[in-house]
Design a protein around this ligand. Structure first.
Ligand SMILES: [Zn+2]
Ligand SMILES: [Zn+2]
Length: 510
């Protein structure tokens, strides 16, 4: 069926398409552009978010894309630019090939930059749906912070299974979105009055350099492995010094100024009740198990995964959600940087990558405790040969997809990495995954031989509930998450924007 005759409403009308077909300039203004109401830097405390063209909802016909930034990254439009421009060019490019790509709105959410996955997911829910952040009674009393957070107007109050959203998360943003889907699927928000949530509220989930299985870099930056209690931080490490500096910042800088400058959104911790000295000595927040650095540990991600699987509340993938991850990796010899600024900004990450590559636990230490080792359903190990490759911050194998996997590795000691497993293995509780070595290669089961690659016409990426992993060699941790003018950033984002359009078609076809 020709695209313009398709029965669903996801296609641009012929009139709109023609408006884009006569201009091939690389930088353009959309011919029917609404007056965008965009603020350059978004205050995370603001209830009026950067909500492009909110007065022109009928201009955007496809489900919006929610953008979730990573650790210590304030959500600002500048980080994601030039996304609107990429979208306009993709619309034109698709139209030239007889395909209609609907324009979608981009929504920036602003969860706490150093907060745990759980707290961030709760904050994103309130920011999208509207209302007060509810961290949950059980979680709050376990972790020792207030149950409720800030109040938000709601960027997309109609969010539901019939009005789903796409999500892209960079770095910590990826596992944050995955946690949000878990909370949606398991009815966590029912006590806040949202009784109808499901995994289907998330149409797609894309992770960019996202440590779904954690990264060993966190141990290098200060988080102490076993035999220290989970969450302990070395006082002389980067993490130990940085968290104390943040406590001083929270104590000394007036709230109004913090909200405008750099808003950690940790009100629910009420540091003043703990006293500055106690926070500096051993922070109840930064040296506990409810903060971003802890959640980025491999041990924490394993613990969370096992807890989720044991609860059997959901399978770990949404049957109506499309999944993708872009695993970035620095390779030797490094590719020649295109500009001086790229060379300078990537240098620290290149140096860090050597450090992360060489990381291994010293004898007697581990990411999990001996009791956890003993109780683990599959023996746990972080083989440096498997976990060495990284993008300067995140290990490549940690970015593939959540959970252990008998095909693509993770923390299974016995996982025959690189060897394709039988598909009918009943014991295998790995999430379904397909991998490709670059944007231009075809998907295959991890470790499959060349002849076993999935043919394009088998359209494997049309399947929801399967993690589609793309390795991006020669890219640092920041290359896909922060606009740096590179061809790589432009190419990957163009691919993402076009793919989201195809996901909407597949979803409507059912
Ligand atoms: Zn919490
Ligand atoms: Zn896998």
């Amino acid at each position: 069926m020709p695209p313009h005759e398709h029965s669903n409403t996801l296609y641009l009308s012929r009139r709109e398409s023609d408006e884009y077909s006569d201009n091939s300039a690389h930088h353009l203004s959309p011919p029917v552009s609404p007056s965008f109401s965009v603020t350059d830097t978004l205050s995370p405390t603001s209830t009026a978010f950067t909500d492009y063209g909110s007065d022109h909802d009928d201009y955007y016909e496809a489900p919006p894309l929610v953008l979730v930034a990573g650790f210590l990254a304030p959500s600002s439009k500048a980080s994601w630019d030039p996304l609107e421009e990429i979208q306009e060019l993709a619309i034109r490019d698709e139209a030239a090939n007889g395909r209609w790509l609907l324009r979608r709105k981009f929504i920036l959410v602003t969860p706490g930059m150093c907060s745990s996955l759980h707290d961030r997911a709760c904050e994103i829910f309130a920011q999208l749906k509207g209302g007060r952040v509810d961290y949950g009674e059980e979680h709050s009393s376990e972790e020792g912070h207030g149950r409720y957070g800030r109040v938000y107007e709601g960027l997309y109050p109609q969010w539901s299974a019939t009005h789903p959203l796409h999500f892209v998360g960079h770095s910590l943003g990826g596992p944050t979105i995955y946690k949000l889907q878990e909370l949606l699927a398991t009815g966590f928000f029912a006590t806040a009055g949202h009784t109808n949530t499901s995994a289907d509220w998330m149409r797609s989930l894309t992770g960019l350099s996202a440590p779904f299985r954690g990264t060993t870099a966190v141990y290098l930056l200060g988080t102490q492995p076993y035999p220290h209690p989970p969450g302990d931080v070395n006082p002389l490490s980067f993490g130990g010094i940085a968290y104390r500096a943040l406590h001083l910042y929270e104590h000394l800088v007036p709230a109004s100024l913090r909200r405008a400058l750099f808003d950690l959104q940790v009100d629910h911790w009420d540091f003043s009740a703990h006293g500055l000295w106690n926070c500096l000595r051993k922070s109840p927040w930064a040296e506990g198990k409810d903060n971003a650095p802890y959640d980025l540990c491999v041990g924490a991600r394993w613990r969370d995964w096992e807890k989720m699987r044991e609860s059997k509340k959901w399978s770990g993938v949404g049957a109506r959600t499309w999944y993708r991850s872009f695993a970035t990796k620095l390779v030797a010899p490094p590719p020649t940087p295109t500009t001086l600024s790229t060379a300078l900004t990537s240098l620290p990450l290149r140096l860090l990558s050597y450090w992360v590559q060489g990381y291994q636990f010293t004898p007697g230490t581990s990411a999990i405790t001996p009791a956890e080792h003993a109780a683990a359903p599959n023996s746990f190990s972080l083989d440096p040969a498997v976990w060495g490759d990284n993008d300067g911050i995140c290990c490549v194998v940690g970015q593939y997809h959540p959970g252990a996997c008998k095909r693509c590795g993770g923390w299974y000691a016995q996982a025959p990495v690189g060897v394709a497993q039988k598909e009918d293995d009943e014991e295998d509780d790995s999430l379904p995954c397909l991998h490709r070595r670059s944007l231009n290669s075809r998907y295959a089961h991890y470790g499959a031989k060349e002849k076993e690659k999935i043919k394009d016409d088998e359209a494997e990426d049309e399947k929801p509930g399967v993690w589609h992993v793309t390795e991006v060699a020669g890219a640092t941790h920041l290359d896909l998450g922060m606009w740096n003018g590179s061809d790589l950033h432009w190419t990957c984002w163009t691919d993402i924007v076009k793919w989201l359009g195809r996901v909407d078609e597949w979803a409507v076809r059912g």
